[in-house]
Design a protein around this ligand. Structure first.
Ligand SMILES: Cc1cc2nc3c(=O)[nH]c(=O)nc-3n(C[C@H](O)[C@H](O)[C@H](O)COP(=O)(O)OP(=O)(O)OC[C@H]3O[C@@H](n4cnc5c(N)ncnc54)[C@H](O)[C@@H]3O)c2cc1C
Length: 289
């Protein structure tokens, strides 16, 4: 039976555990620096000295992941985990599965061409994939077995703090996403009011984050941004280009607000409101209250 290895620097790995359970064997977390992780069968911890970045543990993490043929190695799509997953793939000589949607024993479904096609692949070697980690799993964290290994020489000598959001959109149940239909940055208050009224996270299309700089880059949804699967996704002033919709296509219920009744976003929406967002949003907020 193939096993799953999850590389974890941070504890948000619920989606990875779910994929691991579908594979069928045991789910083992290789953590760095004593990160407590729940929901797995075993934990092997690679210790990290004070002031050493997690990426420096790449050789030790690669040594701790004892993946065999057919095993699956997963890591959350975060900077340190991506580096560690690369080191493990190199050590194992394992292929990297890009766009992973579903994985089982010896086969996987991969999103292709921006999400409009699915490719099924089969494998008999170990494989590595980096994808959205999801929320923190529930349950007790198993006691960790200590691993040892080599480290790269690296020390954190200073930190520049940037004020970025800590949104975990991957585990959000409700999302209000704003697009270029908003004419000015201050108008986003309308979207914030709606998000506050229904307990949603705020997100956006790419031009609002890259270009306008009205929101941080970790808040835009799409092929080059975040992939989300909330219960409710409200797209406001978003046209619905495929580069955006591929990131929200797994939402359970989609509501679109757009003043153009031919906007492509309506094609995949469960509820469409053809209206000027400047009139519709205050009315929806009032109704939600
Ligand atoms: C390689 C590549 C990667 C990309 N990756 C991404 C990605 O990851 N995510 C992403 O989002 N985009 C991505 N894009 C950009 C993408 O192609 C679109 O340009 C972008 O999604 C459009 O954003 P938008 O819908 O907010 O703006 P627009 O396409 O300009 O749409 C604005 C919408 O607002 C409506 N509107 C205007 N005024 C109002 C009003 N008063 N009330 C209601 N509705 C109104 C309009 O009818 C229109 O439909 C990528 C592009 C490329 C080339």
């Amino acid at each position: 039976m193939a096993n799953t290895w999850i590389i974890a620097v941070e504890p948000e790995i619920a989606a990875l555990v779910e994929h691991g359970r579908a594979v069928g064997g045991s789910v083992v977390a290789v953590t760095v620096g004593g990160t407590p992780v729940a929901g797995v069968d075993r934990v092997v911890d690679v210790p990290l000295a004070e002031g050493v970045p997690a990426e420096a543990a790449a050789p030790a993490v690669a040594a701790a992941v004892a993946a065999e043929a057919g095993d699956v190695v997963l890591a959350a799509n975060k900077p340190a985990e991506r580096v560690l997953a690369g080191a493990v793939a190199a050590r194992l000589g394992a292929p990297y599965l890009h766009g992973l949607k579903k994985i089982g024993q010896g086969s996987a479904e991969l999103s292709r061409f921006g999400g409009i096609a699915l490719e099924t692949v089969s494998f008999d070697t170990a494989v590595v994939a980096v994808l959205d980690g999801g929320a923190v799993p529930e349950g007790e964290a198993p006691a960790a077995e200590a691993a040892s290994g080599e480290y790269y020489e690296a020390t954190v000598t200073g930190q520049d703090k940037v004020d970025v959001s800590s949104a975990n959109l991957g585990s959000a149940k409700r999302i209000v996403a704003a697009g270029r239909g908003f004419k000015a940055e201050e108008d986003l208050k309308l979207a914030e009011d709606l998000a506050a009224a229904i307990g949603a996270e705020l997100a956006c299309s790419r031009p609002l984050a890259e270009g306008a700089d009205w929101m941080s880059a970790d808040r835009y949804i799409g092929v080059s941004g975040q992939s989300v699967a909330p219960d409710l996704y409200i797209a406001v002033g978003i046209s619905g280009q495929i580069q955006h919709t591929v990131g929200m296509v797994d939402s359970k219920v989609v509501v679109a607000v757009n003043n153009d009744d031919k906007a492509p976003i309506f094609e995949g929406a469960d509820y469409g409101i053809v209206a000027d967002l400047y009139e519709a949003l205050p009315a929806i907020v009032e109704a939600a209250k």
